[in-house]
Write a protein that binds this ligand. Structure first.
Ligand code: UT7
Length: 347
């Protein structure tokens, strides 16, 4: 097993990137109170608990209630506050805050600016990042790289999507899949250079954009599309195409990230993946011979919460003690764009 961050021999000049380790010092998550079960859905549309469970593994999902003040702002803020408490840090110690989301409440200001203000993160730069379901893993790669330059010390990353704002409640193809959630992590520079990312990838192929997109007007639609039943401001998804993309990309992504790090798939203690569909997760896991207990799954309870799903899994996996200091943990995600990404950590 090779580790790109092992200490160099005395006397050698190390690149700046090797002099700083990066540690995940705190994690947290937040969920709306409202639960929408498969039976709730089948009460008003032509679907069933059996169909949804068999095709997706999902039994229920969480939905925000705007009348209770639930939304990206409140969920994201709560998740980050919990991550900071977990880290034992004051919000003023953050020097950057990144919110990964495609459902941010405003474009200007970015929702991260509002969250920073509400948290009292007075010393933090803040921006939103859009990479759909890949957003949190993209952001953790960026946070790690910024810390390794030495220019940042403590970065908070939130992954949060309120998919209930953008799914078409009348479209049974996609309404069954999605839910709302937020998760967050605080990344910090450490002198322990064994900790941090040892391999990562951030990939995109915009030629597949129409497989999963959010149109606001006719100009946002693919050429020749049937516009009759389109509801603008609602997610459009070619489910089978996304399924095929995910099922082929997921194993390749894991394998190539392991090759990049010079490790075997067996060396990874835990895989934390975007929760898209249980069939996608199972098929990929079986293809790589990964034992069930090494791939964290919570899709049955929350559905696909886009950028919220990976940090929500991270928070639950950490609470359950599923990884320990020194373990290799791989984060993977794929989604709209099309995008896909990995981040292999020595934690
Ligand atoms: O983060 C990435 C986000 N997106 C994804 O991960 C989505 C990936 N794709 C999928 O998860 C699956 O393609 C779906 C769950 C969306 C659909 O499952 P499928 O096995 O690909 O079903 P299908 O689209 O091939 O449809 C099979 C049948 C169709 O009926 P006919 O034409 O065979 O009579 C659909 O009309 O199932 C029907 N159907 C439903 N039936 C009951 C589609 N949606 C539903 C539904 N309830 N909710």
């Amino acid at each position: 097993m090779s580790n790109a961050t092992t200490a160099a021999d005395p006397g050698t000049i190390m690149p700046a990137t090797a002099r700083v380790g990066v540690e995940i010092v705190g994690v947290g998550s937040a969920l709306p109170e409202g639960v929408l079960t498969n039976n709730d859905l089948s009460a008003y549309m032509d679907t069933s608990d059996e169909w949804i469970t068999q095709r997706t593994g999902i039994r229920q999902r969480r939905y925000c209630d705007p009348d209770k003040g639930e939304g990206v702002l409140s969920l994201g803020r709560t998740a980050m506050r919990r991550a900071l408490e977990d880290a034992g840090l004051d919000p003023s110690e953050l020097d950057l805050l990144i919110l990964a989301s495609v459902t941010g409440e405003t474009r200007c200001p970015s929702t991260s600016c509002k969250i920073a203000a509400e948290l009292g993160a007075v010393n933090a730069g803040a921006f939103d990042l859009m990479a759909a379901c890949s957003g949190f893993v993209y952001s953790m790669n960026i946070a790690s790289a910024l810390i390794r330059t030495g220019e940042h010390r403590t970065i908070g990353v939130i992954g949060c999507d309120v998919m209930s704002n953008i799914v078409d409640i009348a479209d049974r193809n996609n309404v069954v899949l999605f839910g709302d959630a937020a998760g967050a992590a605080v990344f910090r520079a450490t002198d322990d250079t064994s900790k941090g990312i040892i391999a990562s990838q951030m990939c995109a192929d915009g030629r597949g954009w129409a497989d999963l997109h959010l149109p606001y007007a006719e100009r946002d639609m693919p050429e020749g599309a049937d516009l009759c039943d389109i509801r603008y401001g609602r997610l459009q998804m070619r489910g089978r195409e996304v399924f095929k993309f995910a099922v082929s990309t997921f194993p390749r992504l894991i394998e190539s990230t392991c090759v990049q790090a010079g490790i075997g798939v067996d060396d990874v203690a835990l895989f934390i993946s975007h929760q898209s569909n249980l069939r996608i997760l199972d098929a990929s896991r079986e293809r790589l011979g990964i034992p069930e207990e090494k791939l964290y799954v919570n899709i049955q309870d929350y559905g696909n919460s886009s950028a919220g799903s990976v940090p929500l899994c991270l928070d639950e996996a950490r609470a359950k003690g599923l990884y320990h200091a020194g373990d290799l943990v791989m984060f993977v995600a794929f989604g709209g764009g099309l995008t896909w990404t990995s981040s292999l950590w020595r934690v």
